[in-house]
Design a binder for this molecule. Structure first.
Ligand SMILES: [Zn+2]
Ligand SMILES: [Zn+2]
Length: 126
């Protein structure tokens, strides 16, 4: 069976699984403080896709949502804390899916970086 038309992923505990229809409009690393806090990491890394193509295959009841700003919504697994999705109520037709939850590994390019002025000094220097 060919799965070339979809991204697939799951959370750390495996309770939530999803698929998202391609294409990805762009993938990004976001170094804003909210992404850093939520991910506990240097950045939030996402692929931006059409929200209509996202299917929660399993564990929809495990997904909790945090409103991090007026329009920003951050979805995560309440069982294991994995960050899953970011969306804006201002653009309900799009959703951003975390690259680190994808299986197999995301094969596309990351073409955008946001809030690079917040890149932490402890990142390895290129
Ligand atoms: Zn989980
Ligand atoms: Zn961010």
């Amino acid at each position: 069976m060919s799965d070339a038309g979809y991204l697939h992923g799951s959370c750390l505990c495996g309770g939530v699984t999803y698929r998202a229809a391609l294409p990805v409009s762009h993938a990004s690393h976001c170094y804003c403080r909210m992404c850093q806090k939520q991910h506990g990491a240097a950045a939030g890394s996402y692929a931006n896709v059409a929200s209509a193509g996202l299917v929660i295959e399993q564990g929809a009841d495990l997904i909790a949502e945090y409103a991090s700003s007026d329009h920003g919504r951050r979805d995560f697994c309440r069982g294991c804390g994995s960050t899953l999705f970011w969306r804006s109520t201002q653009s309900p037709d799009r959703i951003a899916i975390t690259l680190g939850t994808m299986e197999p590994e995301y094969a596309g390019q990351v073409t955008r970086e946001w809030f690079v002025e917040n890149k932490p000094a402890w990142l390895p220097q290129a």
